[in-house]
Design a protein around this ligand. Structure first.
Ligand code: UGA
Length: 467
């Protein structure tokens, strides 16, 4: 099928390249000519597993073209996916002006019947607005349909999430548009893609063939916001439980194991830490709260989820102070700057929020991140010392702070870390190590919702209040 994907951000790029992988002819549209030129050369603006391979596979073939003109893409496209940004406004509502602009162009340039698909995360009833803009700009109602097809990919595992999804949601209000968009995903919903020799190998237990869920457009819009809000609630819930564990000296990891064994709860997304971040959860929660308010429902639960998340960083910082007393004048090793491991994205990164506070309180930091050093340098300048690896960060530092869950941070050579640090103190915001391992390695070890391993002269295993 001939498809246009508008917006070459995270969602647009991954979706466009994966549509090409499924066998469609895809035109990627971005109004930034510099970005388009870069993509045409095969350069990718984001760090994402398997994206370079997809680019190599399809660039230069008729399956993948790049343009900065939506009008050009609309000469052939039958379906156009809108994946432009919906950034938050001051009041938390999503700014949908980029979407409106794209829709106006579609209205004036599309040839014949066209399906307009919302791929960006948008508030419920956005499809109604898109319809209105289309008709106001001269399109007859029978010449187009609007479909909501939310994306559930996670950064770091985006390509495999797209090709091996838990579900594909198609929210359409007409039979023909539901069929057209469902057809695009047929290689996944029939399982044909997963059997190809050239298919990227999926994660263990990936559900194949992929499940297709067809709903109304408004239900699909709600599925996306409600899913992200629910996942964020799960994280804040376990972070709140971790605080109680801290207060009574229990181990949140054990609590998670016990809770997660109940299949109704499940053990995924139950990892406590320094709070969620990224370009989705923080923005989507405030947007969903605004949508609810506009619909006349006060979704107070979401306020609480957001409040717990904000407090989580403060709780972590209290642990750092508990370990080090004063921060002023201390030199700290920082591992991880992105909002989670496996990505170079630093948007709304809780790790960076922690670093900012440390600097404000007069500490100096030496930081290492496997993917985000350049991005952080452009934001923080030289206020941070950037180093080439974890051990260089530890060199002469008063303590090591682990802030993101990169896999390599869970496999450090602890003897080497101990030698490099000035004091054997680790404050782990992601619970990457077992208490036994840290005790054996001789560290004072502070983590989230687990008893701290204290210096010998202190009462080991005592309840640690972080209040
Ligand atoms: C999230 C959702 O997981 C995707 O399904 C969704 O498509 C995407 O938002 C989106 O709306 O575009 P993403 O932001 O890439 O994906 O990252 P997650 O893996 O969900 O992590 C979000 C944050 O929660 C990170 O800061 C992570 O460290 C934190 N987290 C996650 C925890 O603190 N504990 C957990 O157990 C899981």
């Amino acid at each position: 099928m001939d498809i246009a994907v508008v917006g070459s951000g995270y969602v647009g790029l991954v979706a466009g390249l994966c549509f090409a992988e499924l066998g469609h002819r895809v035109t990627m549209v971005d109004n930034d000519p510099q970005k388009t030129a870069m993509l045409r050369e095969g350069q990718l603006p984001i760090h994402e597993q398997f994206l370079p391979e997809l680019m190599d596979r399809h660039r230069g073939s008729d399956r993948l073209t790049f343009t900065d003109s939506l009008a050009v893409a609309l000469e052939t496209a039958k379906v156009v996916f809108i994946a432009v940004g919906t950034p938050p406004k001051e009041d938390g509502e999503a700014d949908l002006s980029y979407i409106e602009e794209v829709v106006r162009t579609i209205a004036c340039c599309a040839k014949g019947y066209i399906v307009v698909v919302e791929k960006s995360t948008v508030p419920v009833l956005t499809h109604d607005w898109i319809r209105r803009v289309m008709t106001l700009n001269g399109r007859k109602r029978e010449d187009f349909d609007v479909v909501s097809n939310p994306e559930f990919l996670r950064e770091g595992t985006a390509v495999l999430d797209f090709l091996y999804p838990d579900r594909i949601v198609v929210g359409a209000d007409t039979e023909i548009s539901a069929q057209l968009v469902s057809k695009i995903y047929e290689p996944l919903t029939s399982g044909e893609y997963h059997k190809r020799k050239t298919a990227f190998p999926g994660p263990a237990n990936a559900p194949t063939p992929s499940q297709l869920i067809v709903t109304s457009a408004k239900s699909a819009e709600l599925i996306k916001h409600a899913s992200n809000a629910f996942l964020a609630t799960k994280i804040s819930f376990i972070n709140a439980v971790a605080s109680i564990c801290d207060a009574v000296g229990a181990d949140v990891q054990e609590v998670c194991k016990g809770m997660g064994a109940d299949v109704r709860i499940g053990n995924r997304f139950l990892n406590p830490g320094i709070g969620y971040g990224g370009s989705c959860f923080p923005k989507d929660l405030t947007a969903f709260r605004s949508v609810a308010r506009e619909c006349g429902y006060d979704f107070g639960l979401l306020d609480e989820v957001i409040r717990i998340n904000d407090q989580q960083r403060q709780r972590y910082l209290r642990k750092v102070r508990q370990a080090l007393w004063n921060l002023k004048g201390k030199h700290l090793a920082i591992l991880g700057l992105t909002f989670k491991g496996g990505t170079d994205d630093i948007r709304e990164s809780p790790a960076l929020a922690v670093v900012r506070t440390l600097l404000e309180e007069g500490a100096t930091v030496a930081a290492y991140d496997p993917a985000a050093m350049d991005r952080v340098r452009s934001e923080f300048g030289e206020s941070i010392k950037y180093v080439a690896n974890a051990y260089d960060a530890c060199e002469d530092a008063d303590a090591l702070l682990i802030l993101t869950d990169w896999a390599e941070f869970a496999e450090l050579d602890l003897a080497k870390v101990g030698k490099a640090l000035r004091y054997p103190i680790i404050v782990d915001g992601r619970n990457l190590y077992s208490l036994t391992k840290m005790r054996e390695a001789g560290f004072q070890y502070y983590s989230v919702g687990r008893p701290s391993i204290l210096p010998m002269h202190e009462h080991a295993g005592a309840a640690q209040s972080t209040k």
